[in-house]
Design a protein around this ligand. Structure first.
Ligand SMILES: Cc1cc2nc3c(=O)[nH]c(=O)nc-3n(C[C@H](O)[C@H](O)[C@H](O)COP(=O)(O)OP(=O)(O)OC[C@H]3O[C@@H](n4cnc5c(N)ncnc54)[C@H](O)[C@@H]3O)c2cc1C
Length: 370
């Protein structure tokens, strides 16, 4: 069998999972990660079908369970802070064989599972990619130039590989109509073991127990903010005050924590859509290729996509074009429905009107969660 030399940009969920499966299928994987080390992030993500059979084959389910959040339920509050519905999430997740854990723990576990079978270059990034008939010449910010058979951009929503090879972000990334912020909370704001979610029309504030430190999630509908800067914390604090400052319950405490926090994260919720996930010897994976950056099962799809791509390369080691077509054909069937479901899920979790909130709560009280 011809042994492929695969370069992966990004040691996130998709990148580390891909490195593992590329190596398991007998090829060579190098991962270049911009950060000096893996950053921890408390934002919880779910590992569920279609990722579950894949993580089972990686033998990491016990570690994922050990790292799982302590959530047992989901309590919904109305605008006045009165309880309006409750869902037993712990039982539901057990029945559905799903695990919720902080995103940082998931990416660390995937990295630790793949680091012995792949080469990892931390604190570096690709600067240029030049393809020819036999391979890809790659320049890096720090490492010497190298040549690979194929290059995979698993470098997230704002992928550099996608920009270098496919075109500017504005062609593929569009605003989904919402913004989201998250931040760790001081111990004084303790939600217990439930996710507690207060809804007002068009906005929601959630307190999440996570595992070690509870966190807040603030989500709201808003048209694209023209001068929005994903790195400008003062601007984020101003926007949060203007949007949530009129709410009671524990929201003033959350806003005070946001004012004091150095770990406030804020971004537009985006949709990424590319007609073709490959160009020549370069392909994109995970959020870089297709995602709804919130409510889209991004982590599970990133793991499933990594397996599908590695399997396609293993099936066609001398024909990357056929491998990439197989990858997109198989994985696209999972991704398409999730992208189409975004507006429905967003409307259910962040209803825009009081009537919408009340219908949703009555529905949940009878039917359980979505
Ligand atoms: C608040 C929030 C809640 C979420 N909840 C869920 C959930 O419940 N369930 C779920 O399934 N998903 C959830 N997601 C989505 C999920 O986190 C992503 O879809 C998933 O992390 C995508 O994985 P990825 O590997 O494609 O990208 P990422 O995890 O973003 O990884 C990309 C990696 O590439 C690196 N990188 C970036 N640029 C470069 C560069 N130029 N060079 C080298 N490396 C680079 C980054 O540092 C990072 O390590 C949530 C997201 C958010 C923001």
């Amino acid at each position: 069998m011809s042994r492929l030399n695969v370069l992966i940009s990004g040691a996130g969920i998709a990148g580390s999972a891909l490195a593992y499966w590329v190596a398991r299928f007998g090829h060579s994987a190098t991962v270049v990660e911009r950060s000096e080390s893996l950053r921890s992030s408390g934002a919880p993500v779910d590992v569920r079908r279609p990722a579950m059979p894949i993580v089972e084959r990686m033998n990491i389910v016990p570690r994922l369970r050990e790292a799982s959040t302590v959530v047992s339920g989901w309590t919904l509050l109305d605008e006045a802070g009165e309880r309006s519905a409750h869902v037993d999430l712990g039982t539901l997740w057990r029945l559905r064989n799903e695990i919720e854990l902080p995103r940082g723990d998931l990416s660390t576990i995937l990295y630790e599972t793949s680091r012995d079978c792949a080469e990892f270059l931390f604190g570096d990034s690709i600067t240029s990619l030049t393809q020819d008939a036999g391979g890809v010449e790659v320049d890096f910010e720090r490492s010497r130039p190298r040549r690979f058979d194929v290059v995979i951009g698993a470098d997230g929503l704002h992928s550099r590989v996608r920009r270098l090879v496919f075109g500017p972000e504005t062609e593929f990334v569009r605003h989904a109509g919402l913004y989201v912020a998250s931040l760790p909370l001081p111990p004084s704001v303790d939600p217990g073991r439930d996710i507690i979610m207060l809804n007002a029309p068009g906005k929601t504030v959630g307190l999440h127990p996570s595992r070690d430190r509870p966190l807040a999630l603030l989500i709201f509908w808003h048209p694209e903010i023209p001068d929005f800067d994903a790195w400008e914390t003062k601007q984020h604090q101003r926007i949060l005050e203007a949007t949530f400052g009129n709410l009671g319950w524990r929201v003033p405490e959350v806003l005070a924590a946001a004012r004091a926090s150095r770990e406030l994260w804020f971004d537009a919720v985006s949709m990424v859509e590319l007609a073709n996930w490959a160009r020549g010897r370069v392909a994109v994976l995970g959020d870089a290729s297709s995602c709804a950056s919130l409510f889209g099962d991004g982590s599970s799809l990133a793991i499933a996509g990594a397996y599908t791509l590695a399997a396609a390369l293993a099936d066609h080691p001398t024909d990357h074009e056929t491998a990439f077509v197989q990858y997109q054909t198989v994985h696209g069937k999972l991704v398409g429905p999730r992208l189409r479901a975004l507006s429905l899920v967003a409307a259910l979790l962040v209803p825009r009107t009081r009537i919408g909130i009340s219908i949703r709560n009555r529905f949940l009280a009878i039917a359980g969660p979505i």
